[in-house]
Ligand binder design. Sequence first.
Ligand code: FE
Length: 345
Amino acid sequence: MIRLPANTSLLSSVIISILLLAVSCSSDTNVVNIYSGRHYQVDEQLFREFTRQTGIRVNLIKADTDQLINRLELEGPNTPADVFITADAGRMIHSMEKGLLQPMNTEIIDQVVPTSLRDPDFYWTGFTKRARVFVYEKSRVSPDELSSYEELTSENWQGRVLVRSSQNHYNQTLMASVVAAHGQEGALDWAKGIVNNMAQPPRGNDRDQVKAIAAGTGDVAIVNTYYMGLLLNSPNQEERNIAQQMGIYFPNQDDRGTHINISGIGITAHASNQENAQKLIEFLLSPPSQMVFAEQNYEYPVNKDVAWPELLQEWGRFKSDTIPLDQLGKHLQPGMIIFNRAGWN
Ligand code: FE
C-alpha cells in the first residue's frame, strides 16, 4: 500500500507513477512460461484449469528434453522459461547440476512429496510417479515364472525379452538403480544378460515393445505402467485387444522393490515469474490435479493423500524401490558406459 505524504513533491509523484506503471506491467506478465519434455494431453488440460482458477496464462513449449536442456543453457539469463518439466528424474538431476534450476519454496512440497521423490534441497520435485514393470503375454507366460530384473537374464528368457534402446531416459535411470543395487561390475553382468536374452535389437518406444509381444516377437517387455493404461483405454480397438492379452508384473517384490521414476518439475534459475511458477507447481501437486494424472494418464500420484483410481488399484499395491532418486545421479554416467560395453544399443 503506498501512502502519499502531505507535501507530495514532483519527484515522489514521478516515482509513484513509475510504481503504478510497474504494477500495470506486472499484470501484463500474469503468465508462466513452461518448457516441457512431457507430451501427454492431460498436461494441457491441467494447465487450462490452472489458468481458469488463477487467471495466470500458461505458455507451453514442448520439445525433446535434451534439446530443452541445451536451449536453457544457451539462453542463460535471457530464457523466457520459468518452469522446466521432464519425464525423468535423471534429467532433472542433470539440469540441476548444470545450474539451470533454483530452489523452490519448500512448504507445500515438503508436506506432500515423499523425500525419495524429490531433490533434498528442493531444486526439483516429482509430480507424478511411474513404475517400470514387466508386461507379459498371458497365454505364453505365467506370472510364477517372473521375479526380478536380474532374473530376466536367466536361460528361461533366451530370445524372449523386449526392451527399448539405452538412449531412452527411462532405461538410463533404471540402469542407474541397478548400479546402485549391484555396483558397476554387477550392472555390467546384468546388462550383458539382458542383451543376450533380447528378442530383437532395441527399437521403438515402450508401447512398441508391448505390440511386439502381441506380434509374437518376444514374451516379456520392460515397460512403464501408464502405457498399459493408455493402451487399455485407447480409441483404437486393436490396441485395446493387444493390451487385454497382457499381464502386468511388478518385479523385485522380494528384495529392493520395483524401480520407480518420476515426472519432475523445477523453477528455472533465471525465471522472471517465479511466484507464478511456484503456484503452478503447487497446483499440480494438489489432490485434484494428482487425481487427474492418475485417472487420465494412469500415472501414480506422488501426493500420499490421494486415493488411486480403479485401474491402478486393479494392478495392485506393490513394493517400490525407495532409493532416493537424487542418489541415482552419480550412477547415470557410469550406466551409459555399461550400456555401451554390454552392446545395449
Ligand atoms: Fe512416457
